[in-house]
Every structure is written in structure tokens, then in C-alpha cells.
Design a protein around this ligand. Structure first.
Ligand code: SAM
Length: 374
């Protein structure tokens, strides 16, 4: 039998020797056709090296209020400096760094405005909240080798923030501190909901239960787009209390049922023809994640469906978001890992779903979708 792994490892080793050779790099940089590939590889390598500096530029824009300042633009560097309480040189350094990243733009001499990317960030409070939140991630990643060696045995800034993740690993007590993460999730939820609404029809669904639905932002979006839906919200008691009130206020109490509970220990309420799990599965390690899918499967009548939406691993063209960003984020959080659609589908089959398939979304950085039928 042909040993494909041996052939592939041999080929990769040879290719890597060639790529590492200064003679090859010198030659590739000069051949017209190869030059473009070589340059994009070199730029990619530099971005890997410099990514932390880029994200700190973004952070300075958000934490320093520079997006808001530039929204009032065009504006001169001296005024930016005064409003940001820094020297003009400091402000110019940041404005120029932002210009290179399309966060700011110099429309004319000393006339600073939002850049193309800047306009997107400025308009989006949810993304800015996420940038602020990443302060915790960067603190945990200060020494990545040490973080990996601790093997999730000690509390981290992120495990303290996600109190349920900390509690799962004995790193903290699960208390009532759920409102901070619930607000962060609600602020960024529309990205996920938009992907789901653009790729899934709820026309044939009558009753939709969102498990781990937080403050109800996903149900609010889906319930507004599909007014015939009856909605159920399942989450920890302190979370559904707020979520239920938000949903009743937005869509009417008669459309909403709240289910306080623990999705690992309590049964999932029956009678729903679709259950959604939005940004939940990746939060949990394989055994509890499988337990959650088993629990949901047990609640579903034949033909009822489970919709899973979250950023997933190994999506073509978006690979770094999955296993590089979320891989490290969830490691630092102390629980979970990003999974590929194929891995999720295998878990769904194991839980007894009769079929499962992945559905393409336009922006997999926001979410990919898998749907399974009981
Ligand atoms: C990452 S947030 C996602 C919230 C929401 N689905 C969204 O995408 O915005 C995870 C949610 O799961 C809930 N959760 C965590 N552990 C839980 C458990 N054991 N039982 C019920 N809900 C839980 C949290 O309270 C939180 O609302």
C-alpha cells in the first residue's frame, strides 16, 4: 500500500529546505513570475512578526478615542495631540501608523480623517468593545510559552472574565459576574446573527430555542426578521433574567419563554423544532461539548434541527482566525478549542443526529454554520 504520509512528509521536508535556502530566496526575488509570490510570502512573514505592533496601534486608536476624534475631522495633528493628552510628535506617530493600516488618512497637509478601515471601526461599538476586551488576552499572552506550560491549571485574566470557564477548571467561583461578558457578547452578536440570517431560512421553524443565548441578542435579531417565531432562551439563571426582560421589551412577552438552567446538568426543554448554539460549542473541551450535544439531541423530536454558529477552524482562506487566534484565545480562557465543521459534524453523528451539514457563510471570520437533523 502507498504510504501517503511518508510521501507528504518527504516532500514537505524537501520544500522547506529549498525555501530556507538563501540562494533560492535570492533567485526567487529576481524571477518576474516568482517575484510576486516571493514578495507576498515575505510580506506575510513580516506581518507575522509585526502583528502585535499592529494590534497595539488599533488599541491606541480605540482606547485613546482617536476614531471619535477623527470622525470630527479633517483635523490637524496639534488638535489631535491636545485631545489625546500627548505630544504632537506622539500624535503624529500614531496617525502615521494608523495611515499605514488604513485606520487614518491624510487628505491634505495636516488634514487627518478616518481611513477606510477606520471608518468601519469607528461605526462599530461592538468591535471597539472587543478591541478593549483584548487587553485581557494580551496580558495572558505576555509569555506564551509559560501560558502553554501551565496547561490551563491556573486562573488567567480571561478565565476570570468568563466566569463559567474559570469555574469549570476550578480557577474561580462562578458568581453573579455574568453581566460584563453578556454585554460584550450582545454588542458583537449582530455580526453572527447577520451571517445566520443570510444563510439559513427560518420559514419552516415554529419554535426556536437559543441555548446559551445570553442577553437574547441573537433571538432578538432572528425574531425581528421572522415575526412568526416563538422564542425560547436558555442560559444560567442570572443571565436569562436580563435576557428575558430584553426580549420581552423588544418583541413582546407573549413570544418569549425563558429557561434558567445549566446546560451540562439540566435537561434541555422539549417541544422546540429548532435549537441554536451560537458561540457556545467552542467554549468547551471535547468531553463537555459532546455531553452538551448529547443533551440537546435527547430533547429533540425526530426531524427537529440543531443550528451551530460560531467562528470555526480550518475554513479555507480564514485559517489564522480559527486555530491561531481562537486557538490561543480559548487556551488562555482555560476551556474549549475551535473546531472544524468536519469535527463538529463527527460529534453530531456521535450524539445520534441522523444528518449534519455545513453551510457556507459570506464572512467566516464572524461565523460558520453547521445544521444537524435529529
Ligand atoms: C460566549 S457566550 C455566547 C452568548 C451568545 N450565544 C452569543 O453568541 O452572544 C456563552 C454563553 O453561554 C452561557 N453558559 C455558559 N455555561 C453555561 C451553562 N453551564 N449552562 C447554561 N448557560 C451557560 C453563558 O452564560 C453565556 O451567555
Amino acid at each position: 500500500m502507498i504510504d501517503w504520509t511518508a510521501i507528504r512528509t518527504g516532500w514537505i521536508a524537501r520544500r522547506n529546505r529549498v525555501f530556507a535556502s538563501p540562494r533560492f530566496q535570492h533567485w526567487a526575488a529576481r524571477l518576474p513570475l516568482i517575484r510576486r509570490i516571493a514578495r507576498s510570502r515575505a510580506d506575510g512573514a513580516f506581518d507575522l512578526l509585526a502583528g502585535f505592533a499592529y494590534s497595539q496601534v488599533l488599541r491606541a486608536f480605540v482606547e485613546g478615542g482617536l476614531f471619535d476624534i477623527l470622525e470630527d475631522g479633517p483635523i490637524g495633528a496639534a488638535e489631535v495631540a491636545a485631545r489625546m493628552e500627548m505630544s504632537e510628535d506622539g500624535a503624529l506617530t500614531l496617525l502615521r501608523a494608523g495611515r499605514a493600516l488604513m485606520l487614518s488618512e491624510e487628505a491634505g497637509p495636516d488634514r487627518w480623517m478616518l481611513g477606510e478601515q477606520g471608518a468601519v471601526f469607528a461605526a462599530n461599538a461592538g468591535v471597539q468593545a472587543m478591541v478593549r476586551h483584548h487587553r485581557l488576552l494580551y496580558a495572558d499572552l505576555e509569555d506564551p510559552i509559560a501560558l502553554l506550560r501551565r496547561d490551563r491549571r491556573e486562573p488567567t485574566a480571561l478565565s476570570r472574565f468568563w466566569t463559567y470557564a474559570g469555574a469549570l477548571h476550578g480557577a474561580g467561583e462562578r458568581g453573579a459576574q455574568t453581566s460584563e461578558y453578556s454585554k460584550l457578547m450582545a454588542a458583537s452578536q449582530h455580526f453572527v446573527a447577520d451571517e445566520v440570517l443570510a444563510s439559513v431560512s427560518f420559514g419552516k421553524v415554529t419554535r426556536l430555542l437559543d441555548v446559551g443565548g445570553g442577553h437574547g441578542a441573537f433571538l432578538k435579531a432572528v425574531g425581528s426578521a421572522w415575526p412568526h417565531l416563538q422564542l425560547g432562551l436558555f442560559d444560567l439563571p442570572e443571565v436569562v433574567e436580563t435576557g428575558g426582560a430584553v426580549l420581552a421589551g423588544a418583541l413582546g412577552a407573549e413570544r418569549v419563554t425563558t429557561h434558567p438552567g445549566n446546560f451540562f446538568k439540566d435537561s434541555i426543554p422539549e417541544g422546540y423544532d429548532m435549537v441554536s448554539l451560537v458561540r457556545i460549542l467552542h467554549d468547551h473541551d471535547d468531553a463537555p461539548a459532546q455531553g452538551l450535544l448529547d443533551n440537546i439531541r435527547a430533547s429533540l423530536a425526530p426531524g427537529a434541527r440543531l443550528l451551530i454558529a460560531e467562528p470555526m477552524a480550518r475554513i479555507s482562506g480564514t485559517e489564522p482566525m480559527g486555530e491561531a487566534f481562537f486557538g490561543l484565545y480559548l487556551w488562555a480562557m482555560g476551556s474549549g478549542r475551535p473546531r472544524s465543521p468536519a469535527e463538529i459534524i463527527a460529534m453530531l453523528k456521535k450524539a445520534g443526529f441522523s444528518s449534519a451539514r455545513s453551510i457556507a457563510t459570506a464572512q467566516p471570520v464572524n461565523a460558520s454554520v453547521v445544521i444537524a437533523r435529529a
